[in-house]
Every structure is written in C-alpha cells, then in structure tokens.
Ligand binder design. Structure first.
Ligand SMILES: [Zn+2]
Length: 187
C-alpha cells in the first residue's frame, strides 16, 4: 500500500554501466554528496530482468560500472552483466527494467535528463553501435568539462571580489602604503 512511487526505464544490459555513470554524475552535479549517492544506489535504484525477473541492486550496477575491464568480478553474475548478459546463467534477455525510487529532493526526471538522454532514450535503437565504453568516456569528458566550467566561474568570482588570482598571486592587502590611501569613507 505504501509502496514508494517509482519511476522506471527499460535499459539494454550493455548500457547499465553507462546509466550508472551518468546518474552518478548528474546526482553530484545536482549537489548530492558521496554518502547520499551511496544511499541512493544502495536502496533507491534496483533493476530486474524483463525476461526472467531476476533482480540486481544499484550496488551491482556500481560494481559493473566502476570495474576496469581486467578487474576480477566478485562473482560470476556480475561478470555476465559486464559482458552484456542477464546475470542469470542461461537467460538470453538483453533488457533490464531499472526502478528509481523516491528520495528526498530528488527529481528523477531531471536527473535522468541530465544523465544524458542516452542510456535510457537510446534503448529503442539497440542496433546503433555505441559501446558502453564510448558513452562512459563521453560522460567523463562531459563531467570534466562541467567541473572545468565551475572552476573557471569560481576563479572569475574570486578575481572580481578579491582582485587577484588565487595561487598565482599573493593578496595585496598589505602592500598599500597607508599614506597613499585616500580617506574614503568605508562602505
Ligand atoms: Zn534474465
């Protein structure tokens, strides 16, 4: 009865890692911190195979997304998932339904839009040969660009308010000769 409202999307198994990466980037962009991200992925995101109904957790998705290609997976289920198969040995489904449960101040529609329409929206065109790695690289670049923009904005803000470039220049607050200062009234 009090089942939490849940948003869901059908995702190709190969895009689960990209979906994870995108959602994590979008959540941190939206201001969620590391422990909130952990909580959201641990208990507010889950997936199930559309064919056999087997479940995966958000943590399973994280494992697959964050493991290097050569990294040994903790179990063979995750290995199958990483290779683009359902975790159930013998199931030939390529799609999982991912559920996004309610979380305070989290607008899943917005987050999924930010995550880049890709992982979710491109599920209708599985023949399009965009590998999960390409999408993940693209997302990482996008995240890096986003962080770069934020840093540049902070830098401009700093120069504007403090009149010097942090790190490169020392503040010149002690370099003013008091005699040369005009007796302007303080604001
Ligand atoms: Zn399955």
């Amino acid at each position: 009865m009090s089942q939490p409202v849940s948003d869901s999307a059908q995702v190709h198994v190969e895009r689960i890692a990209a979906l994870y990466t995108g959602i994590a980037a979008a959540l941190s962009e939206a201001g969620f911190n590391g422990s909130q991200l952990n909580e959201i992925f641990s208990s507010h995101i889950r997936g199930e195979c559309v064919q056999c109904g087997i479940r995966i957790t958000g943590d399973d998705m994280a494992h697959v997304a964050l493991a290097e290609v050569k990294t040994e997976m903790p179990d063979s289920r995750l290995d199958r998932l990483r290779q683009g198969y359902c975790v159930r040995n013998g199931c030939d489904s390529y799609y999982y339904r991912i559920h996004f449960d309610d979380y305070p101040d989290l607008d899943w529609t917005k987050i999924r839009e930010t995550a880049g329409h890709l992982a979710v929206a491109t599920q209708a065109t599985p023949e399009k040969e965009t590998s999960a790695t390409t999408i993940r690289d693209w997302l990482l670049i996008r995240l890096a660009v986003g962080l770069g923009v934020v840093l540049i904005l902070l830098l401009f803000w700093h120069i504007r308010y403090y009149g010097y470039v942090p790190v490169l220049q020392k503040p010149h607050k002690y370099t003013v000769d008091p005699a040369s200062a005009s007796p302007r009234p303080a604001r």
